[in-house]
Write a protein that binds this ligand. Sequence first.
Ligand SMILES: Nc1nc2c(ncn2[C@@H]2O[C@H](COP(=O)(O)OP(=O)(O)O)[C@@H](O)[C@H]2O)c(=O)[nH]1
Ligand SMILES: Nc1ccn([C@@H]2O[C@H](COP(=O)(O)OP(=O)(O)O)[C@@H](O)[C@H]2O)c(=O)n1
Length: 227
Amino acid sequence: MAKLFRAVIMGPPGSGKGTISERIAQRFGLTHLSSGDFVRENIAANTDAGVLAKTYIERGLLVPDHVMTRLLLPRLEEMTRHSWLMDGFPRTLAQAKALNSTCDLDLVISLNIPYETLKDRLSDRWIHPASGRVYNMGFNPPRVQGRDDISGEPLIHHDDDKPEALVARLRQYKDLAKPIINLYKSKGILHTFSGTDTDRIWPYINSLLSTKIPSTSQTDTQRIPMP
Ligand SMILES: Nc1nc2c(ncn2[C@@H]2O[C@H](COP(=O)(O)OP(=O)(O)O)[C@@H](O)[C@H]2O)c(=O)[nH]1
Ligand SMILES: Nc1ccn([C@@H]2O[C@H](COP(=O)(O)OP(=O)(O)O)[C@@H](O)[C@H]2O)c(=O)n1
């Protein structure tokens, strides 16, 4: 069996983690694991952890570490035969340490995007909640306005994508991400990409990953919140 590949993508809200993860999943055949989608699925399914998580998300708070790790780590342990890219986890140093004790990461991508760019993108982000597919009216608009391309279902706008919520979310990201970034830097697996356009960052990420994992023309790549 080919060597498995484990990566994490980090960045503030709106930095393009979901968009870039999709491209990576498609090009390299990794499974894209979105911790945010997984949390939302648990909320929709009314699981114990989902009910608990909802009380935090509704208040614009991060879900506590012990809830997130209880949700995610058992699922990761089921992924022992898959290569994956994790988006949205770890969000804290405690989560990074918990992840560390579960698996060896090969690579961490950190996105460094200016504040004005994040603000513009998020004010225009539309999401299909059931699949996690994400649109932007300028960058990747849906074929039919307000509707998901695949299912035709309505798109929604998250309250916490509004500019008034963004400053606090960004500050929190910076504070929490710093020690995680330092940890990954010290392990020699951190790669940082800066810029205002996903299309200009993507070739660099693509060529980095091409040196680490064989590309695939797979069409059956998955975007699943978690397995
Ligand atoms: N204008 C513009 N929008 C982008 C670009 N890259 C991503 N987006 C959009 O910006 C929003 C945030 O991207 P997303 O991948 O959801 O970021 P995440 O919060 O880090 O997962 C979405 O609406 C994307 O469609 C870009 O280069 N330019
Ligand atoms: N590791 C994580 C991942 C998500 N979450 C919660 O789940 C929400 C949605 O996750 P997301 O990754 O889609 O969020 P954003 O990238 O929009 O911040 C976050 O805003 C947090 O409230 C968390 O608390 N801890």
